[in-house]
Design a protein around this ligand. Structure first.
Ligand code: KG4
Ligand code: ZN
Length: 359
């Protein structure tokens, strides 16, 4: 059997990641979160690009060193080409193309959303098909019907904020820094008692979408009613903040589960795959596990480190593409607004090329 070694690069937002996957198995991963955005209360695109520029070479040299691999042993270089911040994507894609060109090996552009989904396979082995997928992160909250690798149908998406975006926005009001998802999660896990009750948005019964902006407004009104506003945040005693965090994350969990219930009924799915940064929340994972047990659904959630952005999911998805015979043209452009259903655009069928060259 021919062995396939793929280097994967992730630079779509504020994580700089590089990883090596050999024949579907992870052999090295170095993913760094850029902490410099914290003081600005959000990701600053220009600073993210510059930080990727600074960190990426180190990450790539790091994984090669960790695994004892020489660049000449690589079979392909994969990089996220969308969706994400344009400047940030450009750093990873340009680096990957240059390296692949220099080594005379294929370059593979990876759809970040697709990579989030297939991260589950790294932990669980082959996923049962068809499955219902949900990606719940800082930029996306979508449900997708997955017939097979690269065959997707978008079911629902958010009408306004993504779930992670909501956490990051209300987190600022609660004085929890940026990004705030993990801090809200921790608050909720620490809290024992009755959480603050916030309204759950109900989308129409035939709507597979989500809506989180109503919850954001409800939290703001609640805080204004009960606490003193101070420079963009509120002065809240810690035990009360924990009750609020628990209320927010419970409402999000309920809304996600409500959306999953509707989406599950759209097909004969054999498993439910959930990934993205918000799926690393212990609180939400517990609720999802309970939902899956109650419904008798096979649940596949990657371990937390593969739910948040990482190089491994890109290397692994690049490996799947390459294995199925597809690579990308070197003039592939970054696509900041790439959709999950755009996954099959612009790949080169290597088998087709080989067939033509032997005619
Ligand atoms: O998937 P991801 O790393 O990046 C995007 O593709 O967006 O997701 C980042 C999001 C942020 O909004 C962050 O607040 C949220 O995931 N997040 C969490 C947790 N860890 C990260 N939300 C809830 N609980 C966590 N433990
Ligand atoms: Zn992501």
């Amino acid at each position: 059997m021919i062995s396939l070694l793929v280097l994967g690069i992730e630079t779509s937002c504020d994580e700089t990641g590089a990883a090596l996957v050999r024949d579907g198995r992870v052999i090295a991963d170095r993913t760094t979160t850029q902490l410099l955005h914290e003081e600005y209360g959000g990701v600053v695109p220009e600073l993210a690009s510059r930080a990727h520029e600074r960190l990426l070479m180190k990450a790539v040299e790091g994984v090669l060193g960790d695994a004892g691999i020489a660049p000449s042993e690589l079979n392909a270089v994969a990089a996220t080409y969308g969706p994400g911040l344009a400047g940030a994507l450009l750093v990873g894609v340009s680096f990957a193309k240059g390296l692949a060109q220099g080594l005379g090996i294929p370059f593979i552009g990876v759809n970040h959303l697709e990579a989030h989904l297939w991260a589950a396979e790294i932990a669980y082995g082959e996923l049962p098909l068809p499955f219902l997928g949900m990606i719940v992160s800082g930029g996306h909250t979508i449900t997708v019907s997955v017939k097979s690798f690269a065959d997707y149908r978008l079911l629902g998406t958010t009408h306004d904020d993504a779930a992670g975006e909501l956490f990051d926005k209300v987190g600022r009001m609660l004085g929890l820094g940026f990004p705030a998802g993990a801090a809200i999660d921790k608050d909720a896990l620490d809290f024992e008692g009755k959480p603050v009750n916030f309204p759950r948005a109900r989308v129409k019964s035939d709507d597979l979408g989500f809506s989180f902006s109503g919850l954001k407004t409800a939290v703001l009104y609640f805080l204004r009613e009960h606490y003193e506003e101070q420079g963009g945040g509120f002065d809240i005693p810690v035990p009360e903040r924990k009750a609020i965090s628990a209320g927010i994350i419970s409402a999000v969990a309920d809304m996600l589960i409500n959306g999953l219930e509707t989406a599950w009924s759209t097909g004969n799915y054999r498993a439910l795959v959930i990934s993205g940064g918000v799926a690393s929340s212990r609180f939400i994972r517990n609720r999802l596990r309970q939902f899956a047990v109650d419904k008798g659904i096979q649940l596949r959630i990657p371990p937390p480190e593969y739910c948040t952005d990482n190089g491994t999911m890109v290397a692994y998805t690049g490996y799947l593409r390459y294995k199925s015979g597809f690579t990308s043209p070197f003039d592939l452009n970054i696509e900041p607004s790439l959709n999950i259903t755009d996954s099959n655009k612009k790949y080169i069928d290597q088998q087709q090329i080989q067939k033509q060259s032997t005619l």
